[in-house]
Design a protein around this ligand. Sequence first.
Ligand SMILES: NC(=O)c1ccc[n+]([C@@H]2O[C@H](COP(=O)([O-])OP(=O)(O)OC[C@H]3O[C@@H](n4cnc5c(N)ncnc54)[C@H](O)[C@@H]3O)[C@@H](O)[C@H]2O)c1
Length: 430
Amino acid sequence: MSLRPVEAVLLGAGSRGYSTFGGYAKAYPHNLKIIAVAEPDPARRERFAREHALPSAQVFTSWEELLDRPRLAEVLINATMDRVHYESTLRALDLGYHVLLEKPMATDPAACICLARKVEQTGLILQLCHSLRYNPFFIRLKELMDAPETGQVTSIIHNENVAFWHYAHSFVRGNWSNESRSAPGLLTKSCHDVDILYWLTGRVPEWVSSFGRLTHFRPDRAGAEIPARCTDGCPVEATCPYSAIRIYLGDHVDWPVNTIANDLSYEGRWQALREGPYGRCVFRCDNDVVDHQFTTFDYADGLIIGFHMHGHSHDNVRTLRVAKTGATIRGFLEKRELEVNHYLDGRQEIIHTGGPDDRHGGGDTLMLHEFIRLVRQGRPDEVNASARESCLSHLLVFAAEQARKENRIVHVPTFIHEIEQSVPADGIHE
Ligand SMILES: NC(=O)c1ccc[n+]([C@@H]2O[C@H](COP(=O)([O-])OP(=O)(O)OC[C@H]3O[C@@H](n4cnc5c(N)ncnc54)[C@H](O)[C@@H]3O)[C@@H](O)[C@H]2O)c1
């Protein structure tokens, strides 16, 4: 029996909206059909409407305009920027949409709690785009961690190594560089990692500590002779790894180059560097988020987890080391490879976890397949990255940020309890 595609409206036809969700609808037209879009940028809006054959009545200039109408489809995909997520999702749930929501869920803890409560009241499906939960690599790793024959997990060290050019693009020059416009780096870059650690362990830690600094991308790192933009005749441009000219004006025009301008010709990109945020010297931006951070979670039963995120890597790789009492597990996400070293007989198992080929190791595609299944079968109770689960993992991030900013350790259950108590039953009052 062939099923009709699930119909959805899309908020935000930017990088994720266009490529990930628009791309999925094109690759799997029997699963998803996007029937309306809201996007303020005219070029992005028109490109999306054209490629998805949307009639003009289904094309909107903002999420507010689209959500002023009665519900247009069963599903809403929210790919707007971080600070828009809360209000737009709340409105969507009021209108009865099932929601696929980009991370972060919201940029403050009370808003996360309100969304989780709202989802529970409505009985609708809300799935966060925590794609790692749907990635075969982490599903297999969880099985290995839970396997009783290799003993108990005593500690985990997880590294999120972000390539220098990626960090400079997103967290120095771009969308997630300034807390007041987005949120702390642990939320915007690493809520996936904190969430997957929470999912792998299945429990909340007792204590958290966190140290993070902005050490490199600061005005005091550049001499007075360095101009505001790489295109202003910078004397060290040719020897600077962060040169916007090197990063954005080469032959490569895929991500992240395709986010700097709608016109990706050489001239279009040059103009974007002359006028937009991505041509700025990395030492002359208005960034204030950390460029490296260590967070430690301490559990009541003895487990300790160390999580390291930094933007000074030659490549983008996540690596893990899980110490069990009977084996050491090492994981290399980008290679989709897990290695189990058994103490008893010295045996080494190498496991290739596979999965579809997308920017998130297959996680995005599988996450979308699962969301479509849940909507078709009407199963809010089966959502893995559910609003409640994601709210909890976001609260771990907020607790860690409190520890970092106040230079102390934070008792996680108390932090969660106090936040829950502080949010009125009828929601946040602005
Ligand atoms: N799950 C993941 O792995 C992952 C990866 C990257 C980004 N993200 C998240 O996805 C979201 C989008 O990121 P992006 O890289 O696509 O950013 P983006 O800036 O490319 O896209 C956001 C789009 O929202 C549009 N927008 C702004 N105001 C709007 C309004 N009022 N109504 C409708 N649209 C509006 C913008 O014009 C833009 O096109 C962010 O929250 C980000 O954190 C998630």
